[in-house]
Write a protein that binds this ligand. Structure first.
Ligand code: DX5
Ligand code: ZN
Length: 227
């Protein structure tokens, strides 16, 4: 799988036509799908959970990148495995034993991600870098789609990239999530992000056209091998 990817967030999809919209994403050449699970406790809102993931898994071969915005995610790892998640991203702020929980996720055969909120410094991730496949630098406060990108994110992405390189973990992917659109995508790619999450900028308007726009920005990075 290529290192730079668009991961469309279905939070912004039309749920009345979800299957059809996921097929469009697949046909447009995407390989990842970002699935935002919210519990109403870690974040104010509630989105959807296992039954929805299980149902779309039956129709899709996309890589399911499941972003758990839930308190104490260790309670649900087995159940997300059963409904078809490929990667579970948990929040550093929501998990009391991060290293242990990441070990459990790997033990169940899924890949691991750790997310941090805009106000959380990247150094909280330092001690778990050898246990993660991806880090997620939030570029908005989690909980809702359609928010404005926080410009400070670029500096955090650069800092994260430097920390991964300095600790011998350069292969760990960096994901960015929130407010990414035609105007902000170049800045985050240049700062070191690999996996670009986008909700409203993919599902608002013509999905195929929006995906082509993102791919035009992302693809050149797959052709480079300087990072
Ligand atoms: C926000 C979610 C995001 C959201 C992004 O809490 O984690 O994945 O869907 O939506 P946009 O791209 O609209 O900011
Ligand atoms: Zn997300």
């Amino acid at each position: 799988m290529q290192r730079y990817q668009l991961s469309p967030s279905i939070l912004a999809a039309d749920f009345n036509r979800l299957g059809e919209q996921i097929r469009k994403i697949e046909q447009a050449g995407c390989q990842w799908l970002h699935i935002d699970v919210m519990d109403g406790t870690f974040v104010p809102s509630i989105s959807f959970g296992m039954p929805l993931i299980k149902s779309i898994r039956e129709e899709s071969t996309l890589y399911f990148d499941v972003h758990l915005m839930i308190q104490d995610p260790e309670r649900y790892i087995q159940r997300f495995k059963e409904c078809g998640a490929d990667m579970l991203t948990i929040h550093a702020e929501a998990c009391s034993d991060l290293a242990f929980t990441l070990g459990v996720i790997h033990g169940k055969g899924m890949q691991t991600g750790v997310a941090i909120n805009p106000s959380t410094p990247v150094n909280v991730l330092e001690r778990v870098l050898d246990k993660v496949d991806m880090v997620l630098i939030m570029s908005v406060n989690p909980g809702f789609g359609g928010q404005k990108y926080i410009p400070e994110t670029a500096r955090k992405l650069q800092e994260m990239r430097r920390m991964l390189d300095a600790t011998g973990n350069s292969e760990v992917l960096i994901q960015v999530d929130g407010g990414i659109n035609e105007k902000t995508v170049d800045e985050v790619l240049e700062a070191g992000a690999n996996i670009i999450v986008a909700g409203s900028a993919v599902f608002g308007g013509d999905i195929e056209k929006n995906i082509r726009m993102f791919q035009d920005h992302i693809d050149p990075y797959n052709s480079r091998d300087d990072r």
